[in-house]
Design a protein around this ligand. Structure first.
Ligand SMILES: [Zn+2]
Length: 301
């Protein structure tokens, strides 16, 4: 542990962040972007993109801190706030999970339930339907994480030729949800499902008709599986202008979504476009004290 981490942990356990909180209202909502939540005993060395995925006990400590320091909101509450129908809370937080990993049910849901924290899960629907691993995990395992980053920069048609399919192993810690788990989450009072494309392409690299299909078919698949038509979307990779563009935003709106999330890191203020809501990416090395520090002190206001 570095001395900075040590100081922040002492500040959290000593109630310093809690004491600071009343004087540090957020300038918008803090939307947090998680991916998978891994069992604590998973061998991280064999997990592709392991830094993207927080551990279960880290996640539990995030939930404990958020429940006592912030106002944890459902997606519907957040939209009502952004639309001006409900006043902005002083420290509003929205939890989101991208891709839709199987481990959410076992490793995230218990902490959400324990602290009564709502969350939105943006599901990439192709792997749910087929039982295949996410393309980036297959490529990272067979080639490298660098190969994945290179593939993301390819034009859509070239990218398609690079894809390989592999059925997700039952014990794969980054396997996608299966349809039964998806329905379980959809029916859960704390969970809202959103769409995240069918195959997880970089939408801005794809022709408009492909973008439209990737977006609308993921919305339709979720509606068919769960009986609930999703009204939220998260852009794969999520960087404005690089990973999605104005055409993408128009297609997301056309598919019936009223809100869409990026990976641009900022507090999500009411005046930003509903089709480009900012989020903060939460990585595995962010402990509860670091998260409290970022929320109350270091994230730009
Ligand atoms: Zn994703």
């Amino acid at each position: 542990m570095t001395w900075r981490q040590h100081v922040k942990r002492a500040a959290l356990s000593g109630g310093v962040y809690r004491a600071l909180a009343p004087g540090r209202p957020f300038p918008g909502l803090a939307v947090l972007a998680y991916h998978a939540v891994l069992a604590d005993d998973v061998a991280r060395a064999v997990v592709p993109f392991a830094p993207l995925h927080v551990g279960a006990s880290t996640f539990r400590s995030h939930c404990a801190m958020l429940a006592s320091h912030c106002d944890c909101l459902s997606l519907a509450d957040a939209c009502a706030i952004w639309e001006g129908r409900v006043p902005m809370p002083r420290r509003g937080v929205v939890l989101t999970f991208d891709d839709g990993h199987r481990g959410l049910v076992a490793h995230a849901l218990p902490s959400l339930e324990r602290y009564g924290i709502p969350a939105a899960v943006h599901v990439c629907t192709g792997p749910v339907a087929s039982g295949a691993s996410f393309w980036f995990d297959v490529m990272a395992r067979r080639e490298s994480e660098a190969a994945v980053e290179a593939a993301k920069a390819l034009p859509y048609d070239v990218w398609r030729t690079r894809l390989q399919v592999a059925v997700a192993a039952p014990d794969d810690p980054v396997a996608p949800l299966d349809p039964v788990q998806l329905r379980h989450l959809a029916a859960h009072p704390l969970i809202t499902l959103g769409a995240h494309t069918v195959t997880h392409p970089i939408l801005a690299r794809a022709p408009r008709d492909v973008q439209a299909r990737e977006i609308s078919e993921s919305v339709q698949a979720l509606a068919e599986w769960t009986g609930i038509t999703p009204t939220a979307f998260a852009y794969p990779n999520g960087r404005p202008d690089l990973d999605f563009d104005a055409a993408t935003m128009a297609e997301v709106a056309k598919a019936g979504c009223g809100v869409a999330f990026t990976t641009h890191e900022a507090f999500a203020r009411p005046d930003e476009p509903a089709m480009a809501r900012s989020r903060f990416l939460i990585l595995a090395d962010v402990d509860a004290a670091e998260l409290a520090h970022r929320l109350l002190i270091s994230w730009p206001r």
